[in-house]
Design a protein around this ligand. Structure first.
Ligand code: FE2
Length: 296
């Protein structure tokens, strides 16, 4: 499977800010395309013309996810989905397979023996994006890292489709001051929400603007693919730019009351940093099954 994906542009998480990044490298994830090859041969035989690119059938789960997202995120951007809507999307995502987005554990990229030489750059691709939500795939080679980053005002569903990864996540203890402004302190106290290894297939995890581990980091143990539903997407113009963080062990400082030893394991100090140089991502064209807008 050598369906090379075309390079678009490098970027941070979600690739929303190309000004902070360099030119993307060439990447090959590959997509399952047995159907395409078969149909191309059929077309050659029948019409004896150059092969045309046929339309890949839409997996029901992906289309169902897309249609449900159109409904769930139809409100004003930054509306947090209601619990029943969260449940609906989680149920669909929990049942999704790599094949639903044109991937397979058989692809060379996902072989556990596939070790990357040099910096293991992360790749992303966008299945669909509108003002209210986006569907994105992130590809992490073994040891690849998406560093601690936030999702301001966003609700994000993450489904690990392939591989094994470590996820660490935090929520800020006090995201804003009483007057709504952001605290000026360089170090922000944060509560640890997750610090463990996830192995596909596993259930969907959900983060919210201030809960569920809004600030998280992924570290791939084996090559991974993650499907994210992001509502609303990053938008610098709308105040949803991505910030990066470095975490420090909890110690009582900044006038905070000392915690017990047990509690201190559950907290950390987050320091906002520039996007780490070696964390730039490469954007590639999505070559898997397409979603289609429902007709009224
Ligand atoms: Fe994220």
């Amino acid at each position: 499977m050598e369906a090379g994906a075309g390079v678009m542009e490098g970027g941070g998480v979600g690739g929303r800010d190309s000004s902070r990044v360099g030119v993307g490298h060439h990447n090959k994830i590959g997509y399952v395309k047995k159907g395409i090859i078969k149909k191309r041969k059929w077309m050659r035989r029948i019409i004896k013309q150059a092969a045309t690119v046929p339309i890949m059938p839409i997996p029901l789960q992906l289309q169902q996810l897309f249609v449900s997202c159109l409904d769930v995120f139809k409100g004003p951007p930054a509306t947090i989905p209601a619990p029943n809507d969260v449940h609906k999307l989680c149920t669909i995502l929990d049942n999704m397979k790599p094949e639903d987005v044109g991937l397979s554990s058989e692809l060379q990229f996902f072989k556990p023996t596939n070790m990357v030489k040099g910096n293991p750059r992360v790749t992303y691709t966008t299945i669909y994006k509108c003002d209210n939500f986006s569907l994105c795939l992130f590809f992490l080679p073994a040891t690849g890292v998406i560093p601690l980053h936030n999702h301001p005002g966003m609700t994000v569903f993450s489904k690990l489709l392939l591989g094994t990864m470590h996820i660490k996540s935090y929520d800020l203890v006090d995201p804003t001051n009483l007057d709504g402004s952001v605290p000026s302190s360089q170090l922000r106290l944060a509560k640890l929400k997750a610090d463990r290894v996830f192995e596909a297939p596993c259930d969907t995890s959900v983060l919210y603007p201030t809960t569920g581990g809004n600030i998280h980091a992924f570290t791939a143990i084996t090559p991974c693919a993650v499907l994210d539903v992001i509502g609303p997407p990053y938008s610098k113009e709308d105040g949803r730019d991505c910030s990066y963080y470095k975490d420090h062990p909890y110690t009582a400082s900044n006038g905070e009351a000392a915690l017990t030893t047990e509690d201190s394991d559950s907290y950390g100090w987050l320091e906002e940093i520039e996007m780490p140089e070696n964390s730039q991502m490469d954007g590639i064209e999505y070559l898997g099954p397409q979603v289609t807008e429902p007709t009224c």
